[in-house]
Design a protein around this ligand. Structure first.
Ligand code: SF4
Length: 414
């Protein structure tokens, strides 16, 4: 095991621009909330944002807020508040942290953006169960609280191959959103606007994929931990020119790094792949734990969740239905295993970390033998670490450190 040393984190210059864009996004929402000058929709992170944007809504993403609660380590104190009102400690800790924070009248937005003292009030909430059922319950709580309409798309889960029947069913549910959204927004649906938003979203998705794919270079210019920060615009600003501009800038910087052989982790002794949710309150610790040992965790199933390759502005509803159903989290284990096997080869990784997130079984893929099957198939070893996305009471730092160090020793011996 390499001796412990201080790690200098390599700063991505584009971060400054991203922070400006994110700040503008939150202040625009805040202004609309206070003046009620624009309608506001809440949307799940892989929900039908393009439809909402095309119909003139500003969009708030509660999962983004949940992740902010996690990253600022505020979540752990908020979760018990939601637990006390009947929302179990076993369910999604984005949900419990977010609802708990609302009940306490607290938001991390206030710390980051002076003058913002609450999340923007919704006129409508729109979910897609493609990721889990928790989002439906989460949004239902707020729909009752704010007395506003709740609309949803119910996606098939555990899908092996996405077929025409899946696509037809989801596309028709997407179309069914239009009349109520017209009534709420006061805007007539305009197919040209949707095509325009979808074209921008497709461009954003393509650029985001290229950004993440730079990690296939040796050495990699990017880490998974960088990805969890820089995915912000792909989540909350997809469908806008701003997101496209941002990823062009970020991609150019990373391509320069590749050209100059600038490694995100120096020296890059081992390359790992991350499956599952990040532990938001431990991003920095984990980033340093790995980089100290010369290990770059450089790619993940998680950050790839905002790549929507199937988008086609010529066929908006069917292509959105397909793109939002082809996502990793929606798929059956054999489709997921095939995907990870391809990623192992593409990113040239030496091992896989599976995060078994206690409150997110939906995005914990190590519970039904997948690590063992993939190791038998590929020979690539893996380590499962137990923890959680937001609830730090479920994270054992000592155990994580010991297990990661033992895993790196195992890689050295190979
Ligand atoms: S996928 Fe997991 S983390 Fe995301 S909303 Fe659902 S339960 Fe929560």
């Amino acid at each position: 095991m390499a001796e412990e040393k201080k790690v200098a984190r390599k700063k991505i210059e584009a971060t400054v621009q991203m922070n400006r864009y994110m700040s503008d996004y939150f202040y625009e929402l805040n202004e609309a909330d206070k003046s009620r000058s624009r309608k506001i929709a809440w949307c799940t992170s892989v929900g039908p944002a393009e439809i909402l944007r095309a119909m003139g809504f500003l969009i708030h993403f509660p999962e983004n807020h949940g992740a902010m609660l996690g990253a600022t380590r505020m979540a752990t104190d908020m979760i018990p508040v939601a637990n006390a009102s009947g929302y179990s400690p076993e369910i999604c800790s984005y949900l419990t942290a977010d609802v708990g924070a609302y009940m306490k009248g607290i938001t991390p937005l206030s710390r980051a953006y002076p003058g913002i003292d609450r999340v923007p009030r919704p006129d409508v909430l729109v979910y897609n169960t493609n990721q889990c059922r928790d989002v439906q319950d989460w949004f239902a709580w707020y729909a009752a609280e704010f007395k506003v309409p709740l609309l949803g798309i119910h996606t098939h889960r555990g899908v092996k191959d996405v077929g025409d029947d899946h696509v037809a069913s989801i596309a028709s549910q997407m179309k069914a959103l239009i009349p109520p959204l017209e009534a709420i927004s006061g805007n007539k649906f305009d197919i040209d606007k949707l095509n325009h938003v979808l074209a921008l979203s497709k461009e954003c998705s393509g650029l985001w994929k290229k950004v993440l794919d730079t990690a296939s270079a040796k050495p990699s210019p990017l880490t998974f931990f960088d990805g969890t920060i820089h995915m912000g615009p792909a989540v909350v600003l997809r469908g806008t020119q701003t997101a496209v501009d941002y990823y062009k800038q970020l991609l150019a910087e990373l391509e320069t790094r590749i050209h100059d052989r600038v490694a995100a982790v120096e020296p890059e002794r081992f390359r790992l792949y991350w499956d599952g949710m990040p532990m938001w309150g431990r991003l920095r610790d984990h980033s340093e734990l790995f980089s100290r040992a010369g290990v770059n965790v450089l790619a993940s199933t998680y950050c790839n969740s905002w790549i929507f390759s199937a988008f086609d502005p010529e066929d908006p509803f069917n292509s959105m239905a397909r793109a939002y159903t082809e996502l990793f989290i929606v798929r059956a284990d054999d489709a997921k295993e095939d995907y990870i096997r391809r990623m192992i080869e593409f990113f040239k990784v030496d091992g896989i970390i599976y995060h078994d997130a206690k409150t997110c079984p939906n995005n914990s893929n190590c519970r039904y033998g997948m690590p063992q099957r993939l190791e038998a198939l590929t020979g690539i070893p893996s380590l499962t670490i137990n923890g959680d996305l937001n609830d730090l009471r479920l994270v054992s730092d000592e155990q994580t450190k010991t297990n990661v160090e033992a895993f790196i020793e195992q890689l050295e011996e190979r």
